[in-house]
Design a protein around this ligand. Structure first.
Ligand code: ATP
Ligand code: MG
Length: 359
């Protein structure tokens, strides 16, 4: 078990800065997810923690030790990758045992470890099979077992589920969460899938262009984003964001330097009546463009003078082209400055009751 600390860590390839001055403490025993778009520096960060890549600057600490000069084999970290790289000619047992033989662990102890770990990951009955006789999920479990027998202080996993189909991926997510609970070891997990990040992590680090955008618990990242990048990256459909200028007539006196306004698709209400009695709500006369029915709920795309936006609603679908008023309570609006940084305390002077018509 160990805490991981990155202090001013950066990575350059020639002149390209791919990881830019990271300062992070990954809590001992946490399931921390590193998420961000392709190319943002996630794998590079993991590889630096594991020692497979030398950082260009800064310090990496694992537990009480600065590991800048510690080779990968001595860092007590186990890695699991997207392609699990199993030895095809060896059995499951052979694959799990390989690292232990290398570490000169005596045979009786090896056998005991293999038994114990394969029980945990549900591989006991597959120990004598070869990798090609296993399903994708079972192979992934072998890769996990191989990492686990080393009893590492830290697990780092780089998109380990991306080769699996949607159903199996869902199942393996749950298994990994349970595995983490059972082991209590620090997990650092990389994905570009925000749904995976939200459902698995107890801490999420959002990375963009090598820089941390936010580090928080999932609900905080969703409800309290630091900036437009995080607000749009987390959540499906994404938060609707538009220029403040377009709606300023309808939001009385915001007392800060606001450039952009946003709201989550589920926080808006669609009204199909002629007039809407609204107090302290932003109301936008709109037209329905498209509808995507997801069973219980429908995602509407609407158009209005502020732009196109998505609304998530339990209302039954209507015909395209229908007029509707979109209303969003003022307290559900998010405000951002010109750079996209969240303005948390932009207070709105509340309006007096009004009837707004105009469908
Ligand atoms: N050996 C290398 N030489 C030069 N540039 C590299 C090297 N390795 C990675 N990069 C660059 O560093 C950036 C970050 O790469 P990295 O693999 O960390 O991204 P990632 O966030 O893991 O992306 P993905 O989600 O696609 O796996 C990319 O722009 C990539 O092109
Ligand atoms: Mg990667």
């Amino acid at each position: 078990m160990a805490e991981i600390k990155l202090i001013n860590v950066s990575k350059k390839y020639k002149e390209d800065v791919v990881v830019d001055d990271l300062n992070v403490t990954i809590r001992d025993g946490s399931f921390t997810v590193l998420v961000g778009p392709s190319g943002c520096g996630k794998s590079t960060t993991l590889r630096m923690i594991a020692g497979l890549e030398q950082q260009s600057g800064g310090e990496i600490w694992i537990g009480n030790e600065c590991v800048n000069d510690t080779p990968p084999g001595k860092r007590n970290i186990a890695m699991v990758f997207q392609n699990y790289a199993l030895y095809p000619t060896m059995t499951v047992r052979g694959n799990i045992e390989f690292g232990l033989i290398n570490k000169k662990i005596p045979k009786t102890e090896r056998e005991q470890l293999i038994e114990e770990i394969s029980e945990i990951v549900g591989l006991t009955e597959y120990l004598d099979k070869k990798p090609q006789q296993l399903s994708g999920g079972q192979r992934q479990r072998v890769a996990l077992a191989r990492a686990m027998v080393k009893k590492p202080k830290v697990f780092i996993l780089d998109e380990p589920l991306s080769n699996l189909d949607a159903k199996l991926r869902g199942q393996m997510r749950t298994e990994l969460i349970q595995l983490h609970e059972k082991l209590g070891t620090t997990f650092v997990y990389v994905t570009h899938d925000q749904v995976e990040a939200m459902s698995m992590g107890d801490e999420i680090i959002i990375l963009n262009k090598g820089k941390i955008q936010q580090m928080d618990i999932p609900m905080k990242v969703y409800h309290d984003p630091n900036n437009i990048f995080t607000a749009e990256f987390i959540g499906t459909p994404a938060m609707n964001i538009f220029e403040y200028e377009k709606v300023m007539q309808r939001i009385p006196q915001v007392e800060k330097d606001v450039s952009f306004v946003g709201f989550r698709p589920e926080h808006a209400i669609l009204h199909f009546s002629e007039k809407v009695e609204e107090i302290n709500k932003l109301t936008l006369p709109s037209e329905i463009l498209t509808m995507e029915t997801l069973g219980a709920e429908t995602i509407y795309t609407v158009k209005n003078f502020a732009g196109k936006m998505n609304i998530k609603s339990f209302q039954t679908p209507v015909e395209k082209g229908k007029k509707a008023i979109v209303s969003i309570p003022y307290e559900k609006l998010y405000f951002f400055d010109r750079e996209g940084v969240r303005i948390r305390h932009a207070s709105i002077k509340k309006a007096s009751p009004a009837v707004i018509g105009g469908v």
